[in-house]
Design a protein around this ligand. Sequence first.
Ligand code: MTE
Length: 304
Amino acid sequence: MSRYRYPVIPSSAITPEKVYQQRRTLLKLMGFAGLSSLLGDALAADTADTLTPYEHVTGYNNFYELGQAKTDPAANAHRLKTAPWSVAIEGEVAKPGTYTLEDILKPHAIEERVYRLRCVEAWSMVIPWNGLPLKDLLARFGPTSKARYVVFESIFDPDNLPGQKDNRSGLQWPYVEGLRIDEAMHPLTLLAVGLYGKTLPNQNGAPLRLVVPWKYGFKSIKSIVRIRLQEQQPVTTWNLSAPHEYGFYANVNPAVDHPRWSQQSERRLPSSLFNPNRISTQLFNGYAEQVASLYRGMDLRVNF
Ligand code: MTE
């Protein structure tokens, strides 16, 4: 574990993916993976699934501000201006304000978490993220007793972001997402600043994005500029655009189909016509042991 310095990792320290995978395998063989159990829920949730190659993680993306085709975000990545960057922390907190990215990150150790990412479109990846638990950041700003939800907002910059200028998607900008406070404070909920040990590529939501591994990918909002704590459940982008298709909770659930397709299985990337690599989808994306208690007593068909 290392402390954050800006930029996160000097190019001299970049590890090629092969070496990185070998190093992980070695650590596992040496028994370091077993340490996880001592370190609690979060690390224990690190998946043993094969990592999705870097070029797929960074070349097949959903980032509608940068275009709707899967290859658009990488092609238009240079249009996203990530420096200078600041994040407004607002609402039900003791210490609201606008903070530079450096101030936001300075006190936090950056950890690695290997999580499955399951898109609502029924494809999935396994990504080694670098980031900090959202709960540690929120705690610094002192949520009040009225803070029942956390709302996140992405960058709004139509002059530079083609998808906001032409708006073919019909989405309302900026992109907004939200979590219940207990979901936001869960140890698995991560704010990512990197992947594969490298600074987060723009197409993956640089410089700061959310990762909520037990929910469909659209909850994992990219390029965050505002975090607001509030009493009311917020209106969120995909839920607003098609409320019967995309719920507020969006927990991965093979038993609750999307109105236009099944959610029982997923294509694990890389996937092709001749090698579809289709696997069964797991409840809460395989993190039920850690998160099912958050939803005890709730009807997951109603609160989809
Ligand atoms: N955040 C913003 N601001 N805009 C988006 O279009 N797409 C979401 C999510 N976060 C999106 C976003 C969707 S649908 C998914 S599946 C994930 O980002 C994809 O993340 P990835 O491209 O890093 O795999």
